[in-house]
Structure formats: C-alpha cells, structure tokens
Design a binder for this molecule. Sequence first.
Ligand SMILES: Cc1cc2nc3c(=O)[nH]c(=O)nc-3n(C[C@H](O)[C@H](O)[C@H](O)COP(=O)(O)OP(=O)(O)OC[C@H]3O[C@@H](n4cnc5c(N)ncnc54)[C@H](O)[C@@H]3O)c2cc1C
Length: 389
Amino acid sequence: MTKALIIGGGIAGPVTAMALQQAGIDAVVHEAHSSGAEGLGSFLTLATNGVDALAAIGADKRVLASGFPTPGMVLRSAGGRKLGTVATGSPRHDIPPSQTMRRTDLYEAVRNEAAARGIPFEYDKRLVDARETATGVQAIFADGSAALGDLLIGCDGIHSTVRGLIDPQAPAPTHTGVTGSGGYTFGVPVRADPNAVTMIFGKHGFFGYAAASAEEVWWFVNLPAAVGPTFTGGDLRDWLASFFADDAGPAARLIAAGEDLMPLTDIYYLPHLPHWHSQRMIVIGDAAHAPSGSSGQGASLVIEDGVMLARCLRDLPIPEALRRFETLRRPRVEEIIERAAKVNRTKAAGRVERVVQGLFLPIVLPLLARGKSMRRTYEHHIDWDERVA
Ligand SMILES: Cc1cc2nc3c(=O)[nH]c(=O)nc-3n(C[C@H](O)[C@H](O)[C@H](O)COP(=O)(O)OP(=O)(O)OC[C@H]3O[C@@H](n4cnc5c(N)ncnc54)[C@H](O)[C@@H]3O)c2cc1C
C-alpha cells in the first residue's frame, strides 16, 4: 500500500490524511509542536466551498458543530454607516452557508476527527531535510529521527520548510502591510448584525467582530503596520484600543474588555510559487498558495487541496498525480489570492483613501457580490467519485 508522509498537523495535514485514507492510501502526520497549532488566532469563517470539501470526506458534521452559520458580512464605516452587505457564500439554497468558528476549534475538530479515524500523529517531529530516491522519500527530523514513505506532502504552512526542499529558489512570502491581533469579549452588549460578521473600516485600522452568543463577541483587528511592536497583555490591549478611539463603533470597548488576546502577528501572503512539486514531494495549502486572512478562503482552499490531492493520487501514479493536482488547482487559487490582495490594499490604506473607500464601496460591493468570480469561488463542488483523468 502507498504510504504518504504528511508534514504539518494544522488544517491541511489532518484533512489530507483523512482524504488519503478514503482513497486507500496510508498517511502519518508529523507535527513540529508537541500538540497541534491550535490556540492561534481568534476566529475565521469557513466558506461554503470549504464546507463542501469537508462533506466529500464525511468530515463536515464535527467541524460544523463548533461554529455558527454566517451567510453574510456587513461592512460599516468609522462613523457606523452601513456601506453594504456581502454574501460569504452562494445564494443557492441547496448549498449550506459559511460557518464562523474559533480558529482553535477548527484545528481541534479536524485533528480529533482524523484521530478518531485511526490516523497516526507524530508530535515533536520538525522536518529539517528530505531526500528523494527513485522509489521513495526519506524525511529527516530535528530530533535526529527519520521516516520513509512513497511520497511527502508539505502541509507545513506559510513559512514552509518543504517548499525550500522542493525548490531552494522558491520565493519567500510577502508581507501584506497589515499586522493582526484578536480576542474574545464577554458581557459587553453590542449592536451586532445577526448571522453576519461585521467589518468596520475604522479611521486608523480595520476591525471585524461577530456575536457568538448574547454574551460573547469574537473580534479581530488588522492594522496598517509593517511590523507590530511586541506589546503583550494590558499594554497590547491599550495599544490596540488606541487605534479605534476616534471611531463610532464598538471596537474600542470590545478591545478594552477583551480576553485571550492573540499576540501581534504580521500577515503574509504567497501569491505565486513557481514549483509546487518534485517527483515525490509536493506542497499544498498555505505552503503552496497563501491568500492572507482577507480572502476568507485560506482554510477552505486548504481543505479543497487535501481532498483534490487524494483524488489525484487515487487515480494516477505518483509523479503524474502531483502534476495533475497542480494543473487543476493553480488557476483557482491564484485568482482568489489576487482578489484578496486587493482587499489587503484597502486595509492598509491611509486616512484619505479610507474616505474614498466610504464613497465607492456601497456602489462596488453589490456588483462584486453578484460577480461570476465570487460564484466560482463559493459554488465550487468536489465530486469524490468522479475519476481524475
Ligand atoms: C489572522 C488570520 C486570520 C485568518 N482568517 C481566515 C478566515 O477568516 N477564513 C479562512 O478560510 N482562512 C483564514 N485564515 C487563513 C487560514 O488560517 C490558513 O489558510 C490555514 O490555517 C492554512 O492551513 P495549513 O494547514 O496550510 O497551515 P497551518 O494552519 O499554518 O498549519 C501548518 C502546520 O505545520 C506545522 N509545521 C510547520 N513547519 C513544520 C515542520 N518543519 N515540520 C513539521 N511541522 C511543521 C505547524 O506547526 C502547523 O501545525 C486566516 C489566517 C490568519 C493568520
């Protein structure tokens, strides 16, 4: 039986392992840390296409149990004016809505689902090197141990090691010009748009929040800063709140009462990686194509990748499967990354540009939401049984 070495136990790793198992391929997940990468980030929205991809491997139920449906996103100005509503999914009724959840819950859900299916996880295994032969690949870890497999799949995120092993000339990820943080606030009443994530184009920063219940609000900030200062605890809270002191919305209040603040994280993206694979090694997910948080698609694309790669490996010999995977996936992911880059430019905008955004967004948003490109993104469907030619 074919054996795959998966590097990275974030989202792509466990999903790919489950999809490979469904395709009759053994996989072992090797994770650098002593547990998963959960605990990072505040919340994310898993889009309809991500939910569809999970359903192709029957893993949607456990994941969806940890969030709440958010079919829309409401955009507001610093003064509280509604700029427009954007769908975060398809208008079709037969497609389930996007789901908002804590990042940590998504990580845990996919990892627990994979573990329940008997997928082996090896922790404290940081890949440092790999060697390909004509018949297999050897992975070498920082603790001096090694593992053998028929192929190696790099699911090791935006700062991937596998990417550099496949192509030492691979480009490094680019900073978006935005630094992020986030947290949770309990017991502070806010006006929240029902079934939607609210995004505020503040005077000095971008703020997103969603009411998980009447008592609990999840929020994140994106600040136009190249490298955030290394504040922690109360200092970080005060510093973040200061960006929103001039705005009418609830941002400053929510931040001031926030808990579990995510450390400042510079946000990167990887728009174009020339080589995704060699003969027996491949990168998928953020390691191959990271769209940045602004696309609302990172996690969904990662899940699609895992399921699509498993279908290719089920139907084609290894080197050909890797080539086919890249041909099938590259146009789609690069289109979405390009769109997210435009959103990042609006988040990194200065004050004058923000005023202009307030004028043109109400006109542009409805057109964008109805556009073919958005429907292509959200209505993507994976038919597990269809053979990959
Ligand atoms: C602030 C923020 C907000 C976001 N918001 C959204 C959103 O709303 N919607 C959305 O869909 N996406 C969002 N994303 C993007 C989404 O989180 C990522 O696209 C997704 O987590 C990528 O999954 P991955 O499995 O490829 O990589 P990761 O989740 O980064 O997992 C990589 C794993 O590999 C491990 N690893 C790394 N190097 C090694 C090594 N050498 N050896 C072994 N293991 C290794 C890491 O420890 C980690 O566990 C957001 C991202 C950020 C940063």
